[in-house]
Design a protein around this ligand. Structure first.
Ligand code: UGA
Length: 425
């Protein structure tokens, strides 16, 4: 079993560290946030992520997982050093590498001889070289091992991945990193670092393209009177297409897709290629936010002033408390100047949020729609399906529902007198 330092305890770092400990490695996770480290040491996790709590508790109890302040303290005795720090978007759309470079500089002098540094952060093509330069340690190999973890199912994705990608110019280092995953049943692919980094961006950008495509098909369905649910079903039987990741919605978001799609377009531009296709994918997404907001205005007869909008769902998808680049925020921001009063409920959000100063966040789904003219569903939390729609009908003033996730049953709602608007159905 190997000794692993994980630098950064965000979604990716914490999941990676806890899962490596779960499969038997000795893991020390480091962060620069003192309060966060203290709460992790007590086994307290502040993010909503399925299975992460017990897997962290198990690691702490077995002594295989611990948390320290500062990267140096984690790296001093480790053979592998996983860099899992944020790479936020900078002004020009490119990824900001300052955290990555900072982490590399911090561990450069303390790592034992023959260590391997592994990049798990999503980094621009060529960053493996950048890290190697910052480290300045010829005895240390730098390997790319991109993550494909979805928030909400990150633990499951780590332990049962579709594939493990390892990018390294040093075959021995690649084999040592591959051996870390010996308890994980998945194809392991070894390639050069630049290809590994490209696989990460291309995968996210492809999935984002799939979503912009299906959202466009949903618009087409509305125009021609087709049902996008049936269209997706019929397409999905074709194994070349598959049925996953084809749920239409109010637009796609999260901390990765928007940032990575913009970054890939930027990487292409810097390499002399105008990736116009990707720019269109991003544009279609903006239009989807507009279109969803317009559906709410249409449900109000085009004039929202003095009216009340009740919203269910704020997070960028169900199963997480993450609000970063949430489509719900995009849609509700577009309704800010409409003159409507907006109340929102989300099971993972318990107070008002800075991005939406005009929205009152309530902690009960019925309070959100009490006196509302229209209900808009923007995140696909399963619990919304099972609410008492007789009560909803009684509490609401209007009887309009805009279902931005095609989550609710239109027949059930129509039977209760609601006017139902979905996405492409
Ligand atoms: C995404 C990728 O799916 C992961 O493989 C990747 O590792 C991760 O980014 C990352 O780069 O770290 P995540 O951001 O957690 O994962 O979210 P997704 O589940 O991919 O959803 C992204 C957005 O697409 C959400 O707004 C979601 O609601 C939307 N979506 C997804 C749809 O509208 N329809 C679908 O069928 C699927």
């Amino acid at each position: 079993m190997a000794s692993i330092a994980v630098i950064g305890t965000g979604y990716v770092g914490l999941t990676t560290g806890a899962c490596f400990a779960h499969i038997g490695h000795d893991v020390v996770c480091a962060d620069i946030d003192e309060a966060k480290v203290a709460s992790l040491q007590r086994g307290e996790i502040t993010i909503v992520e399925k299975d992460l709590d017990w897997i962290v508790a198990e690691g702490i109890a077995s002594g295989k997982l611990s948390f320290v302040l500062g990267a140096e303290n984690a790296s001093r005795n480790a053979e592998f050093h996983y860099l899992c720090v944020p790479t936020p978007q900078s002004e020009d759309g490119s990824a900001d590498l300052s955290y990555l470079q900072g982490a590399a500089a911090e561990i450069a002098d303390v790592m034992p001889n023959g260590s391997i540094v592994v990049n798990k952060s999503t980094v621009p093509v060529g960053s493996t070289q950048v890290v190697a330069r910052v480290l300045g340690r010829p005895d240390v190999s730098v390997v790319s091992n991109p993550e494909f973890l979805r928030e909400g199912t990150a633990v499951e994705d780590f332990l049962n991945p579709d594939r493990v990608v390892i990018g390294s110019g040093d075959q021995e280092a690649a084999i040592r990193v591959a051996a870390l995953y010996s308890k994980v049943r998945a194809p392991i692919m070894v390639t050069d670092p630049v290809s590994a980094e490209t696989i990460k961006y291309a995968s996210n950008a492809f999935l984002a393209s799939k979503l912009s495509f299906i959202n466009s098909i949903a618009t087409l369905c509305e125009a021609v009177g087709a049902d996008v649910g049936d269209v997706v079903l019929g397409m999905g039987y074709d194994s070349r297409i598959g049925s996953e990741f084809l749920r239409p919605g109010p637009g796609w978001g999260g901390s990765c897709f928007p940032k990575d799609t913009i970054a890939l377009a930027r990487i292409a531009e810097d390499a002399g290629f105008d990736f116009s296709f990707l720019k269109e994918v991003l544009k279609v997404n903006e239009e989807q936010f507009d279109r969803t907001a317009q559906k709410v205005l249409d449900a109000l007869g085009g004039d929202a002033s003095g009216r009340r909008i009740g919203c269910w769902g704020l997070t960028f998808k169900a199963g997480t408390d993450d609000l970063r680049q949430s489509p719900a925020i995009e849609v509700l921001s577009r309704l800010a100047s409409s003159g409507a009063e907006i109340r929102a409920y989300d099971p993972a959000v318990h107070s008002n949020i800075d991005e939406l100063p005009h929205v009152e966040v309530v902690t009960d789904p019925y309070a959100a729609i009490d006196g509302a003219d229209v209900l808009v569903v923007l995140t696909e939390w399963d619990e919304f399906r099972w609410l008492d729609f007789d009560k909803v009908a009684e509490l609401m003033v209007g009887q309009s529902v805009v279902d931005g996730r095609n989550l609710l049953d239109p027949a059930v709602l129509r039977r209760r007198g609601f006017q139902y608007r979905g996405i492409g159905r």
